[in-house]
Design a protein around this ligand. Structure first.
Ligand SMILES: NC(=O)c1ccc[n+]([C@@H]2O[C@H](COP(=O)([O-])OP(=O)(O)OC[C@H]3O[C@@H](n4cnc5c(N)ncnc54)[C@H](O)[C@@H]3O)[C@@H](O)[C@H]2O)c1
Length: 404
């Protein structure tokens, strides 16, 4: 495996943007120290929202990718790991926006708002019996109240936790399932959230079910035909996570057979179009001014920290590594998580007469990341020699950023 080798230039960092990124986020990159725009060549980093980023479109110059949002399934993360490129996201920054749209969807489903509106729109304006038809028609849209009903929440991270909390406040019973819940996530949950042991248990016992988990290999088609057979008759399924987490064909069958009353999601498709009971919003979950701003600011800050200091927070594929600068001379190394890498790196530094001032090394899965501060300037040969070590994925000299 050969490594990328570069020396950080003192000229401005170049940030290539895809999608419209909130101006508050872009303002985090000081003019003079950064060039930011949609048409930059040789970028140091890429900043995007939902743009599908093919691995081949990531130039060799790229050192980091920032997703102004939560899901990173539009980025070839595994390939970026192989290239030693951290992918950052903005965990939780849009969670309140998604929670609020999920609350809207729960209420829309409970009170049959969509078909009721369609009924009103179908009445001939100006008809003499307009009012009588309004009164006669309303019976078919009588709804239910959420208080006392059971909401199943699959995935209890930033969004699922807020949804569970809001549902409890509406008087609902909440049944949650998350086999990988974090300690913080569990602390944040109201004590009255009951724990389910499987997706099937949630489906069997809930009146309404909402999905808040990432799309990864193990969650693709999680809501399958077999599982939908277990959902309560007349239940409501909400999907504001990702389209491919549900088997759309199975959902259509469940709607047609009456097992599902509504499927409300954020992912329109030709198959869902015109299907009674299917409601698809145009991926609006995180589309609020506040969420777009929060996400852009958070991920811009993470990219700056990485480019300027090599530190890593909120990455989906790299460990968290933070070292307060104890010296102006810093080197950042990403390598395969295999034995004796640290030994080879420190031997190389010693060979060039460099004394280690401070060092932090952490690993996550197959990736290890090391920040080393040394007491004297680092020659380009040092970077080249470390890059040549088998298993090293990327090496970067992290210059002290010049003030503007
Ligand atoms: N519609 C939108 O615009 C929109 C906006 C934000 C997030 N999302 C989607 O929602 C997802 C959740 O967002 P978040 O901010 O809460 O993410 P998060 O990472 O904070 O939480 C995800 C949770 O899902 C859990 N999980 C993973 N696999 C699971 C499984 N098999 N069963 C049950 N739980 C599982 C994880 O343990 C974690 O607690 C994101 O991955 C994203 O795809 C959509």
């Amino acid at each position: 495996m050969s490594a990328e080798c570069d020396v950080v230039p003192m000229e401005p960092f170049r940030i290539l943007t895809f999608n419209r990124i909130s101006s508050s986020g872009l303002a985090r990159f000081p003019v003079g120290r950064y060039l930011v725009g949609p048409e930059l060549s040789a970028p140091d980093a890429i900043l995007l929202r939902s743009h599908q980023l093919r691995a081949g479109a990531v130039a060799a110059s790229v050192r980091a990718i920032g997703r102004a949002g939560a899901g990173t399934d539009n980025i070839a993360v595994a390939e970026m790991s192989r290239r030693g490129i951290p992918v950052f996201n903005a965990p939780g920054a849009n969670a309140n926006a998604v929670k609020e749209i999920v609350l809207a969807a729960l209420l829309v489903a409970a009170r049959n708002v969509i078909p009721a509106l369609a009924y009103v729109a179908s009445l001939p304006v100006g008809a003499a019996d307009y009012e009588r038809r309004v009164e006669d028609g309303k019976k078919q849209f009588a709804g239910l109240e959420l208080a006392g009903r059971t909401l199943g929440v699959i995935g209890l991270g930033a969004v699922g936790g807020l949804v569970a909390d809001a549902a409890i406040k509406l008087g609902m019973n909440v049944l949650g399932f998350d086999p990988e819940i974090t300690v913080d996530g569990a602390w944040r949950l109201p004590a009255s959230v009951r724990k389910a042991n499987s997706v099937e248990e949630v489906l069997r016992l809930s009146d309404l079910v909402t999905l808040h988990l990432p799309l990864i290999d193990s969650t693709r088609n999680l809501i399958s035909e077999g599982r939908l057979e277990q959902i309560r008759q007349g239940a409501v399924l909400l999907n504001f996570a990702r389209d491919a987490i549900v088997d759309e064909r199975a959902v259509l069958e469940a709607l047609r057979g009456g097992r599902l009353k509504y499927y409300i999601c954020d992912f329109p498709s030709p198959a869902l179009a015109g299907e009674p009971g299917a409601v698809a919003l145009p991926h609006l979950g995180a589309s609020t001014e506040e969420a777009e701003e929060n996400c852009a600011v958070m991920v811009a800050d993470r990219i700056r920290e990485f480019l300027e200091h090599g530190t890593i927070r909120h990455s989906v594929n790299f460990p968290e590594v933070e070292v307060t600068r104890g010296s102006p001379y810093r080197i950042a190394i990403a390598n395969a998580n295999v034995p004796n890498m640290l030994g080879q790196i420190s031997t190389t530094l010693a060979h060039f007469g460099l004394n280690i001032h401070d060092m932090e090394n952490k690993s996550r899965g197959g990736i290890a990341y090391t920040l080393v501060d040394v007491d004297s300037p680092i020659a380009e040969e040092v970077v080249k020699s470390i890059s040549a070590i088998e298993g090293v994925l990327s090496v970067r000299m992290v210059a002290v950023p010049s003030e503007v």
